[in-house]
Write a protein that binds this ligand. Structure first.
Ligand code: SF4
Length: 680
């Protein structure tokens, strides 16, 4: 029997678990955990275990499609390329935008942003970090000088205390959740702060429910207690930070009693968790989208950095500020420059010296020094008619972006729309041209996980039909549009990675031989003799002066608050059995586990509204309404309701608010909008 095992990396969340694809007769027939991979230590969660079920589905896209008279027809690559190049060449660069794919390997993303910048001449390129961890990139960069997870996953196991806020890791990042539980079994005290009594919260030593969107106040009160009790790390503050006096001044206003009114957390509980956090020798902070997906997401992120610096919990094993990243390669997409503000390696597009350095490396003429549009700005510009052409790779904004009706209005308003994907997604249905792409099991490359570890992915099977790898498509288009072939000719993904190393200082030392080793490398890895950096900020922060910056912050709360018409706050979540929509809902085993969505509503709220468990209800916001089944539970705070984000038939994003945007990062406020629920 012809069976082979191809080591690669899970295509779903940012944990980046290693797996072997089991290949029989040129088909992937199963998955086995990759036992030597240090990330997941021979385990996978359900999503990883059944990821192979989508690879050979009959509904994979296999040929280019062109829409004519409202219907798609099969087309040749030549026809599709001719149409795309004629349209891309007919518009001003500022009227063209790109959504990049954060599930795609680094090499694809790198070539995509290079194509947008050199061939089209636009920095209108962004990806889904804008909608998940954009505030992490902006917030941690402002506080520490680098916008990434400070420690490694393994570091959690050295912690004496873990403070998890806005992260349901056992469902959203299960193999990190497993490590947190093991840390607890080894003696770490585990505190979970969340408006929902999540599966993760159920395993905590202490669960702290708090009102959605009041993170800044909660952490200010914790810092107020720590300073009042004299538990701040004076030596660390003096030697490693600046701006402490301003922080102290703001924090002094946030007494636990005052913050109890804002957060609904009893003052005594705030004192208790603050003292426990400060007294732990090694305390780690873990957070995820519960912190970031707010109109003040950057502030929330900077608060976690303030708390860690105040107590000297940074730069040591078992400490740090640890965002759990969403997509498998969202860290890599940021690193590769799929951002309207940054070239690869977080080098700013507004800096003329950097632009000159990049153009010298790429061998192209001058590039613009103004930032491009972020995803929400591109959607708004399309709705207004200012952005006329959009090219979306591997993203499904009709399901995943806020305010679906607004997204649909924007897509309908485009002059020309290209989607490159593996399935006919809800978004692809709006396209003028759909291009069939290879999935992760059908190509070589690298993914960078949430702890900055760069790992190889390997080709297990051929892509179906005429599908192509993303970077090949962008290179074909570039050459047809007259780009110097030298700039877009690569023999392999490895060729591209070698170029990535020359323009991305964090990746410079990562040669192929080193990446082949199972432990792989964490960036920054600036030279081939550098061991990589599993833990950042050990002796100094990444700012030029080496100091961390305290950011004094005032509580602002969500932009849309409950009122008589819309008396409840909606939050959204990810489930254990689903990732977004297009992939896991096509995996029969996963879809069978949770076949459709529901709205969680507190038992008392349900009683007041006369709503019974499993009853069909209508949920309405200022943007739209959906019909959905009620799940009545005491596991969510009164006044808050929750809808998982994966289900198009009752899509949470019909309700969410695209107008409430974090001014510091462009993040829409997915985690708090006002809704009303009524019986059907
Ligand atoms: Fe690991 Fe995340 Fe994949 Fe689960 S979904 S197997 S935790 S990478």
């Amino acid at each position: 029997m012809d069976i082979k095992y191809v080591p690669t990396i899970c295509p779903y969340c940012g944990v980046g678990c290693g797996m072997n694809l089991v290949v029989k007769d040129k088909k992937v027939v199963g998955v086995e955990p990759w036992k030597r991979n240090p990330v997941n230590e021979g385990k996978l969660c359900p999503k990883g275990n059944f990821c192979y079920e989508i690879i050979h589905r009959d509904d994979r896209l296999t040929t280019p499609l062109i829409k004519e008279n409202g219907e798609f027809r099969e087309a040749t690559w030549d026809e599709a390329y001719d149409l795309i190049t004629s349209k891309l060449g007919a518009y001003d660069p500022k009227e063209i935008g790109f959504f990049c794919c954060a599930r795609s390997p680094n090499e694809n993303i790198y070539v995509n942003q290079k194509f947008a910048r050199i061939v089209i001449g636009t920095h209108n390129i962004d990806h889904c970090a804008r909608l998940c961890h954009g505030p992490t990139v902006a917030g941690l960069a402002a506080s520490f000088g680098s916008g990434a997870m400070t420690n490694s996953y393994a570091s959690f196991e050295d912690a004496d205390l873990i403070f998890s806020i806005g992260a349901n890791s056992l469902e959203a990042h299960p193999l990190v959740g497993r490590r947190l539980l093991r840390a607890k079994m080894n003696g770490a005290y585990f505190i979970v702060a969340d408006p929902r009594y999540t599966p993760t919260a159920k395993h905590a030593n202490q669960y702290v429910p708090f009102k959605t969107g009041t993170d800044v106040a909660l952490i200010n009160a914790m810092m107020n207690v720590i300073i009042s009790e004299g538990l701040e790390d004076k030596k660390f503050i003096e030697e490693r930070t600046k701006n402490y006096e301003k922080l102290k001044e703001v924090v002094a206003k946030y007494t636990p009693e005052k913050v109890e009114e804002i957060t609904q957390v009893p003052a005594e509980t705030i004192r208790d968790i603050a003292i426990k956090y400060a007294k732990a020798d090694k305390a780690a902070i873990v957070y995820s989208l519960g912190i970031t997906e707010h109109s003040h997401g950057v502030d929330n992120v900077m608060q976690t950095a303030n708390l860690a610096m105040l107590t000297g919990n940074i730069g040591r094993l078992g400490t740090g500020v640890n965002p759990l990243r969403g997509q498998n390669n969202v860290q890599g997409a940021c690193d590769m420059g799929a951002l309207p503000t940054d070239y690869p390696g977080y080098r700013k597009v507004v800096d003329k010296d950097i632009m000159e350095d990049i153009t010298c490396s790429w061998g192209c003429s001058d590039l613009k020094c103004e930032p491009g549009l972020k995803i929400p700005e591109m959607i708004d510009a399309a709705a207004k008619g200012d952005l006329k052409v959009l090219y979306v790779t591997g993203e499904d904004p009709v399901i995943s972006d806020p305010d679906t009706h607004h997204v649909e209005e924007a897509l309908n308003n485009l002059d020309f729309f290209v989607v490159q994907d593996i399935f006919m997604t809800d978004t692809a249905k709006f396209a003028d041209v759909v291009l069939p792409a290879a999935c992760w099991a059908e190509q070589e490359g690298t993914f960078t996980n949430g702890e900055r570890r760069v790992q190889l992915i390997r080709k297990a099977v051929d892509a179906p039909g005429e599908s192509k790898v993303d970077w090949e498509i962008f290179c074909d288009l570039a050459k047809r549009m007259g780009a110097d072939p030298k700039m877009f000719t690569y023999e392999s993904a490895q060729d591209i990675f070698e170029e990535v190393r020359t323009v991305t200082p964090q990746y410079a030392g990562m040669n192929r031989e080193r990446l082949e080793r199972p432990e792989a490398l964490h960036w920054p890895c600036p030279s081939e003799d550098h061991p990589g950096t599993a833990m950042m900020h050990v002796e100094k922060f990444a700012h030029p002066d080496g100091l961390g910056i305290f950011m004094p912050l005032e509580e602002q709360g969500p932009m849309e608050t409950p009122d008589e018409e819309y008396p409840l706050i909606l939050t959204t979540t990810r489930l254990l059995f689903h990732y977004h929509a297009a992939m896991t809902r096509r995996a029969p085993t996963l879809d069978r586990e949770v076949p459709t969505g529901y709205v969680e509503i507190n038992t008392e709220d349900a009683a007041e509204l006369g709503i019974a468990n499993k009853e069909k209800v209508k949920v309405k916001s200022r943007r739209g309404e959906i019909e959905i089944t009620a799940r009545v539970t005491p596991d969510i705070m009164k006044g808050i309701v929750n809808i998982p984000m994966h289900f198009r038939e009752c899509s949470a994003n019909i309700l969410t608010n695209a107008a409430a945007i974090d001014p510091k990062s462009g993040m829409p406020e997915y985690k708090a909008c006002a809704v009303a629920i009524s019986k059907m």
